[in-house]
Write a protein that binds this ligand. Structure first.
Ligand code: VGL
Length: 210
């Protein structure tokens, strides 16, 4: 390996919670969710990543995460229950390039993909380190909840972290705004906004959090 090759950032893509229940028609539908599924698939067509992981909300009995009268900030309608189709990936998401899936939230709320485990019982951070990853790009649903939490954990763990905003969808404009402010302050690069480059240097899609 030459010095140039060893210095090259090794980048992973994290596809967060692109599941039926977070898309139109689902139990906790996020506006723009299914369009994001299709946009991510298009993006994956020629995206170059060392590894690609997905995360899923995988609830069995997550306690007060579910509520009869949810506030849509800390409590939610029943969603992504194991054994229902709501937990499945949205059909417009091309899963063929996803190397592994980290499931989270069986018995408590778990917004960050870094709380999940893959079928081999590995945690996301360990899996990324084993692959020699230095940089992560994050896409998916919801910008203001699971994308936010995953990005904050990624940057905290020392990964150079970008959120590709045109490939995300958020629950509400107000919480998306505060999530963007929080992520930016933590050192997360927000692409597709405020002069940052669009994901592949191309046009910014109209699929965004607002
Ligand atoms: C999520 C709300 C509740 C998410 C999960 O995936 O962002 N949002 N549970």
């Amino acid at each position: 390996m030459t010095d140039t090759e060893s210095d090259r950032p090794l980048r992973a893509l994290l596809v967060v919670d692109v599941q039926n229940d977070f898309c139109e028609g689902g139990a906790l539908a996020v506006e723009g969710g299914s369009a994001v599924a299709a946009e991510i698939s298009r993006f994956l067509g020629d995206a170059e990543y060392e590894v690609i992981a997905a995360t899923i909300d995988h609830h069995i009995d997550p306690g007060q995460h579910f509520a009869d009268e949810p506030d849509f900030v800390d409590t939610w309608p029943v969603h992504c229950k194991v054994g229902t189709s709501g937990v499945d990936f949205h059909p417009d998401l091309d899963t063929s390039r996803i190397d592994t899936v980290f499931s989270k939230g069986e018995f408590s709320a778990a917004y960050s993909g870094f709380e999940g485990k893959n079928p081999e019982g590995q945690e996301l951070e360990k899996w990324l380190r084993a692959a020699g990853i230095s940089d992560v790009d994050i896409v998916g649903i919801a910008t203001d909840h699971c994308v936010r939490a995953t990005a904050l954990d990624a940057v905290q763990a020392g990964f150079v972290t970008r959120v590709l905003l045109p490939l995300t969808a958020g629950v509400s404009a107000a919480t998306v705004e505060s999530a963007l402010t929080e992520m930016r302050a933590a050192g997360v690069h927000l692409q597709g906004r405020d002069g940052d480059d669009a994901p592949d240097g191309g046009a910014i899609s109209d699929v965004g959090p607002e």
